[in-house]
Design a protein around this ligand. Structure first.
Ligand code: KDG
Ligand code: MG
Length: 402
């Protein structure tokens, strides 16, 4: 069996997605997600101009060899654009392998380690009263874990808090929206939010909070300490993660568990964090961390060091990525949680899929491969729309981290 066509499909059913479709001479095809929020066309070009031509004629079952060929062969290693492109190809090849074998991909990864994939949803509201209503909505839907974000009194807008609830989209304008940020106001507010949520929902609901990389290590340590009475499952992205040493300082001061990794693209971004047990959850994803093959490598390293998975699953990760993530989630021994920010109806129509939600769990499809498809005709009706993630400035105008 040989690869005869590599198509790069860019579509915008309520948000932008880049998808690779690898077609074989026997008619079997596989899909991979290559979406990099706000930088979609860079990955599309990387795939069309540099990857597609070298895949033609290759044996699609040589998944590891193709990964190494693309990673080492480019000479320029790592980076989100390269790794999203490699991820898409890798994912599509696993999809093809599953279809050829007649097995869902999780069986090729060693089979089930659990009955379902525990997911967390996003409760966000401008005020604490608003967010309590949102948390209740998730609890009613059966969720066992909820991420809680609110507006900050005195700040006009806050990343991660929007008017749309189930389907909010942070990439909201072609030129980045600018928010104003105050660490002082934020740190003074967050503990009171979790005090109310715990009082209302009791001790067993798993609660999470995303800091979006906005603090310094000592500020994050203070936040973690102030949240200890509310027993969070994790405090996410407390600091910008380029400096892995920053996590050691947070760790020395607080027992609030730490999650990080949504912007990481290889094992080298988190190798020290994992090996030195500076984090509790690694949130790398299929699409941004080199596909199923490389993500499994990261999770295997994590398993040796008491670190569990917590894959990113926001709306900018397409249903193709979600399908792939679920196959890994259900198979690995050290699964923690899976983020599940639902896609809109338009997105779901372009990407028909067999995974489903029931009672707090997502379940991968049982059909051969990943169990997700793309309706190319429908996709063509939604042309690309430039959209960027927002930017933060401090009250004095300084550009701040995220
Ligand atoms: O593309 C960036 C978003 O996916 C991200 O900011 C959302 O932080 C996020 C999360 O944890 O889902
Ligand atoms: Mg996040």
């Amino acid at each position: 069996m040989n690869i005869v066509d590599v198509r790069v499909i860019v579509t915008c059913p309520d948000r932008n997605f880049v998808t690779v479709k690898i077609v074989t001479d026997e008619g079997v095809y596989g899909l991979g997600d290559a979406t990099l929020n706000g930088r979609e066309l860079a990955v599309a070009s990387y795939l069309r101009d540099h990857v597609a031509p070298v895949l033609i004629g290759r044996d699609p079952s040589r998944i590891e060899d193709t990964w190494q060929y693309l990673y080492k062969g480019a000479y320029w290693r790592r980076g989100p654009v390269t790794m999203s492109a490699i991820a898409a190809v890798d994912t599509a090849l696993w999809d093809i392998l599953g279809k050829v074998a007649g097995l869902p991909v999780y069986k090729l990864l060693g089979g089930r380690s659990r009955e379902g994939v525990t997911v967390y949803g996003h409760a966000n509201g401008e005020t604490v009263d608003d967010v309590l209503v949102e948390v209740a909505r998730y609890v009613e839907m059966g969720y066992r874990a909820v991420r809680v974000q609110t507006g900050v009194p005195g700040l006009a807008s806050t990343y991660g808090v929007s008017h749309d609830k189930m389907f909010y989209e942070p990439a909201d304008a072609a030129v980045p929206t600018e928010n104003v940020w105050s660490t002082e106001r934020y740190l003074a507010h967050v503990p009171s939010v979790f005090a109310r949520v715990r009082a209302e929902f009791g001790p067993t609901l798993r609660l999470l909070h995303d800091v979006h990389h906005r603090l310094t290590p000592i500020e994050a340590a203070r936040l973690g300490k102030s949240l200890e009475p509310y027993a969070l499952t994790w405090m996410e992205d407390p600091v910008p993660a380029e400096l892995q040493d920053g996590f050691r300082l947070i760790r020395q001061h607080t027992t609030t568990p730490i999650a990080v990794g949504e912007v990481f693209n290889t094992i080298w971004d988190c190798e020290r964090l994992i090996r030195e047990q500076l984090i509790d959850y690694i949130r790398t994803t299929v699409v941004h961390a080199g596909g199923i093959s490389h993500l499994r490598r990261i999770f295997d390293l994590a398993a040796l060091h008491h670190v569990r998975s917590g894959s990113h699953g926001a709306t900018d990760l397409s249903p193709v990525c979600m399908a792939a993530a679920l196959h890994l989630d259900v198979a690995i021994p050290n699964f923690g949680l899976q983020e599940y920010m639902r896609h809109t109806e338009a997105t779901d129509a372009v990407f028909p899929h067999g995974y489903h939600y029931a009672g707090g769990y997502l379940h991968p499809a049982e059909t051969p491969g990943l169990g997700v498809d793309i309706d190319e005709e429908l996709a063509a009706q939604y042309p690309y729309r430039p959209a960027s993630l927002p930017l933060n400035r401090l009250e004095d105008g300084t550009v701040h981290s995220w």
